[in-house]
Write a protein that binds this ligand. Sequence first.
Ligand SMILES: Cc1ncc(COP(=O)(O)O)c(C=O)c1O
Length: 332
Amino acid sequence: PSLALTMDRDPGGLPALRAAVAGYLRESRALRCTADQVIIVGGGQQALDLAARLLLDAGDVVAVEDPGFNGADAALSAAGAVLRPVAVDDDGLRVEDLPTAARAVLVTPSRNFPLGVTLSLERRLGLLAWARRAGAWVIEDDYDSEFRFDGRPVASLQGLDEDGRVVYLGTFSRALFPGLRLGYLVVPPALADMARAVRGLLDGSPSSVHQAALADFFDEGWFAGHLRAMRGLYAERRSVLVDGLGDVLGDRAPISGADGGMHLVLQVPDDARLVQALAREKVEAAALSRFHQGAVSRSGLVLGFAGWPEVLLRAACGRLQRVLVSSGCRLE
Ligand SMILES: Cc1ncc(COP(=O)(O)O)c(C=O)c1O
C-alpha cells in the first residue's frame, strides 16, 4: 500500500470509498446524499450499533418490525431502547399500528427480513408522515436490496424523505462476502459531524487497506459486473429451489418472499421441530417463529438459496420431503 494509506485515519472512512458508495447509492438506490454523509463501518451490524448510539438515549421507545432481524433488536436494546414490535403483513410494516410517540422506527422496506415483503408506496409515505408527526427517526436497513429478480427495483425510503429523518444503512456482506466486514451508514447532513466523531470513538475506522481495495473494485467497474453476474446466478438458484419444492410438494408448496434476496420462506406448521429434524438430515433452515417477538403469528422455514449449487438445492428438496412425511407434517 502507499504510505498515505498506511497512515489514513479518517473516521468517516477512506474518501475514495465514500465517494464510490455515495455514487452507487444515488444511482442504484435513488438516495439523495453526498460522500460527506457516508460513514464506512465494519458491516451492517456495526451500522445498526452506530445508528443506535447516535440517535437513542436509554429508555427511548423504538418501533421494530415483527417479525424482524434479531441482531438489530439486540443493537437497539444494548443502547437501552425499549422495543415496541409492530406487525408486518403483505404490504410490509403496518404503519397504522405505530405508537403515537417513539424516538425511532427500524424498517427493512425493500424486503422485510425475514418475510421478504416490500413496504408499499402508500405505507412509505405514511411512515414518513408518522415520523414527522412523532418527531422520530427512521432507520432504514437496506441489507439485501442488490438482489431483486422479478418486478421493478424499489427505490429507497431515504430518497423520499424531505425532512432529514432517515438514517440509511447497507452492508457488503451479501453483495460481496460477510468476512469482508464492510458496510455503510448514510446520515442526514446535520448529523454527519457527530456520526464521524462517534465512529472515531469506537475503533477509528475499518482497515484503510481493505477500504482502498474496495474503492478500486468500484472505480474499475468490477463491483457493477459482479452484481450483474450474482443477480443472474442467484435468480437461477432461486428458481431451482422454487421448482424443486414444487416438484416434491406439488402446488401445495406455500412459498413467499422469492422475488429477491438470498432466501425464501416455505410456510409450514411447527417450524422449530422441523428445523431440528432437517438439521439431522444436514439441511440448514431457520424457523420463522424465531424472528417474532409478539404472539407468534407465522410458522415457516427460512431457506437460503444463494450460497448453494443447484445439485445441493435439489438434494435438499428431496430430504425436506422425507422429513415432512416422517414427521407427519401436513401443508395447508
Ligand atoms: C436484516 C439484516 N440487517 C443487518 C444485518 C447485519 O449485516 P452484517 O452481516 O453485515 O453485519 C443482517 C445480517 O444477516 C441482516 O439480516
